[in-house]
Design a protein around this ligand. Structure first.
Ligand SMILES: [Zn+2]
Length: 222
C-alpha cells in the first residue's frame, strides 16, 4: 500500500477512509450570471475526470483536508484567474475569465497543488522561500508550462530548458502578485533557494510531469 512519507497525520488515517468518490460540487457567487456558473460547473466536472485532479483531490481527502470549490466573478483588471485560500481551505475560480476546459483543468490543478502543499507541511505565507517553492511546484505539475500546451508559443524559440524558464517566469509573476513579497530581489533570491529541491519534487505524483499525458490510476485507489 502506497503511503506518502511526508505526513505523520496521514499515517494515523486508514487508507480505506480516503474517499474514492469525492465530488467537489462548485458553489456559486451571486455576482455571476447563470451562464457563467453553468460553464464553471461543467468545466469542473470535466476536470474531475482527469487523473491529475483525481490524485490531488483524493490525496487531500485522505489527509483530511478536502477543499471547497467556488466559482466567482473576478474584476477584469486583475491578472489572476483563480486562487487558493489556506485559511478557508477554498479554491476559487474566476468563472468570468476561463472559458477553455483544458485551461480550467490546468488552473485547477495549479490551485490543488497549493492546497496539497499547505496540507502536507506547515507553509508560512510570510516566508518568500516557502511561497516560491509551492509556486514552482504548482507551475511545474499543473501542465501550464508543458511543451504540448505551449507549442505554438514556443515555436521557433530556443527549446533548451524552455519548460524550466516558463515555470520560473510563472512562479516569479505569482510571487510578485503576493502583496507580502513585492521586492523583486527578495523574490529572485527565494526562487534560487527553493528551485533545486522544489523543481524535483513531484508529490503526490510519482513521475516527472513533463509530457506525461498517460492516465494512471492513483496508487491510493488500488
Ligand atoms: Zn500559484
Amino acid at each position: 500500500m502506497w503511503r506518502p512519507s511526508f505526513s505523520k497525520d496521514y499515517d494515523s488515517t486508514p487508507v480505506n477512509v480516503a474517499s474514492t468518490t469525492v465530488v467537489m460540487e462548485p458553489r456559486c457567487d451571486s455576482n455571476l450570471s447563470s451562464m457563467e456558473f453553468q460553464a464553471c460547473k461543467f468545466m469542473s466536472h470535466q476536470a474531475f475526470q482527469h487523473w491529475k485532479v483525481q490524485i490531488l483531490v483524493n490525496a487531500l481527502s485522505a489527509m483530511k483536508a478536502p477543499v471547497d470549490l467556488v466559482c466567482v466573478r473576478c474584476p477584469s483588471d486583475v491578472r489572476h484567474r483563480a486562487g487558493y485560500s489556506p485559511r478557508h481551505n477554498k479554491i476559487w475560480m474566476c468563472a468570468n475569465k476561463i472559458w477553455n476546459p483544458f485551461e480550467f483543468r490546468r488552473v485547477l490543478t495549479h490551485e490543488l497543488t497549493h492546497a496539497f502543499d499547505f496540507a502536507r507541511a506547515k507553509v508560512d505565507t510570510g516566508n518568500p522561500v516557502h511561497m516560491a517553492c509551492t509556486e514552482i511546484r504548482a507551475w511545474n505539475l499543473s501542465g501550464e508550462c508543458d511543451l504540448w500546451t505551449n507549442w505554438f508559443k514556443y515555436l521557433g524559440e530556443d527549446m533548451i530548458n524552455r519548460k524550466q524558464r516558463c515555470v520560473r517566469d510563472g512562479a516569479m509573476a505569482s510571487l510578485l502578485e503576493n502583496e507580502r513579497c513585492q521586492d523583486p530581489s527578495v523574490a529572485r533570491a527565494a526562487m534560487d533557494e527553493a528551485w533545486p529541491q522544489c523543481w524535483k519534487d513531484y508529490w503526490p505524483f510519482t513521475t516527472k510531469p513533463d509530457l506525461d499525458n498517460r492516465y494512471r490510476q492513483s496508487p491510493m485507489l488500488k
